[in-house]
Design a protein around this ligand. Structure first.
Ligand code: ADP
Length: 311
């Protein structure tokens, strides 16, 4: 380990579920990204400071980045190991854009760089899942995985972890974040526990179609497969303007889209930048009309995952 190194970390926002792939599919986007600085310390243990306005916990076990790093440090097994982490949170917590995942994934990728890549990417996902447990009570990896691997990812199985990176054609992503609160726990609670066989058949047809569409660079197939007959009809009730956004954006030429993670952000994929910009205008007009504040981003697929540079 090079004890003199200090690094800057950029961790991308992520969109989990990708409409029909509840808990299994996700992708990373280029904007927004969280910023962090990580430094090896002579003092054993972990210290966290913030330079943002979010007042997130600084106690390592209560901060998702801390929980993820503590898991990595424990497995590394050197009692003398110490880190100082500074978090500048850009991705608003609770937006459905993987704010917590960016912290936990960014922290462990950064630490691994300082430890000369001692661990595999799969190990890093495992450590970062401890952070997601702090944020939402369950270990899930559908935001962490695209944040670490970049691009589009499939979690074929979570226990044991089985991760598949999917190639995908270039795409524009428009995301609107209506400034309302949707608690991840509420968004999970309202879901039905049973699924009808006819719905399951439709859903796995769409998931398979979406994966094939990504691998074959088939935009039409991607668009046709962005349909969710199980989760979206229930969850979208929590998001004002959802039906209008979806209908109008598809009419304007978007491939399709839906709820980002558990919401309230809503995303649309487009093949062309002009379409993504038209989608942005539609999203703005829908939320202007209903009088809900929002932020909109037009961005692209992030293919690199967490970015680390020595400073
Ligand atoms: P998102 O889907 O945007 O990640 P979550 O609701 O899953 O949002 O996670 C945010 C929750 O995690 C908040 O309750 C927040 O206080 C908590 N949290 C703790 N540490 C962090 C951190 N470093 N970054 C983001 N959220 C954190």
């Amino acid at each position: 380990m090079n004890t003199k190194k200090k690094i800057r970390i950029l961790a991308p926002a992520t969109i989990a579920n990708l409409v029909c792939g509840f808990d299994i599919l996700g992708l990373a986007i280029n904007h927004p990204q969280d910023e962090m600085y990580l430094e090896v310390s002579n003092e054993p243990g972990l210290r966290i400071t913030h330079t943002d306005r979010y007042n997130l916990p600084t106690e390592p076990a209560k901060n998702v980045a801390g929980a993820a790093l503590l898991a990595l440090m424990e497995e590394y097994g050197d009692a003398g190991l110490g880190f100082d982490l500074t978090i500048n949170k850009i991705i608003k917590p609770g937006s459905g854009l993987g704010s917590s995942a960016a912290s936990s994934a960014g922290a462990v990728v950064g630490a691994n760089y300082l430890l000369n890549n001692h661990f595999s990417k799969m190990d890093l996902v495992r450590f970062a899942m401890n952070g997601e447990k702090v944020a939402s009570g369950v270990k899930h990896a559908d935001n962490i995985t695209p944040c670490i691997y970049g691009g589009v990812t499939l979690i074929r199985s979570i226990f044991p972890l089985d991760i598949v990176s999917l190639s995908a054609p270039p795409m524009y992503v428009t995301v609107v974040h209506p400034q309302i609160e949707v608690k991840t726990s509420d968004a999970r609670q309202i879901l039905r526990k049973e699924v009808q066989l006819k719905d399951a058949i439709k859903q796995w047809g769409n998931i398979a179609g979406l994966v094939a569409g990504f691998l074959q660079n088939d935009y039409e197939l991607i668009g046709r497969s962005l349909e969710d007959v199980i989760i979206e009809p229930i969850r979208s009730i929590l998001i004002p303007g959802f039906d209008d956004v979806k209908k109008l954006c598809k009419e304007a030429g978007a491939l399709g889209g839906g709820i980002s993670g558990s919401g309230p952000s809503v995303f649309m994929l487009s093949k062309e930048e002009t379409t993504a910009r038209a989608v942005e205008q539609i999203m703005k007009s829908v939320y202007d009309k209903i009088g809900v504040d929002y932020h909109v981003h037009v961005t692209t697929l992030n293919t690199e995952g967490v970015w680390v540079k020595e400073v």
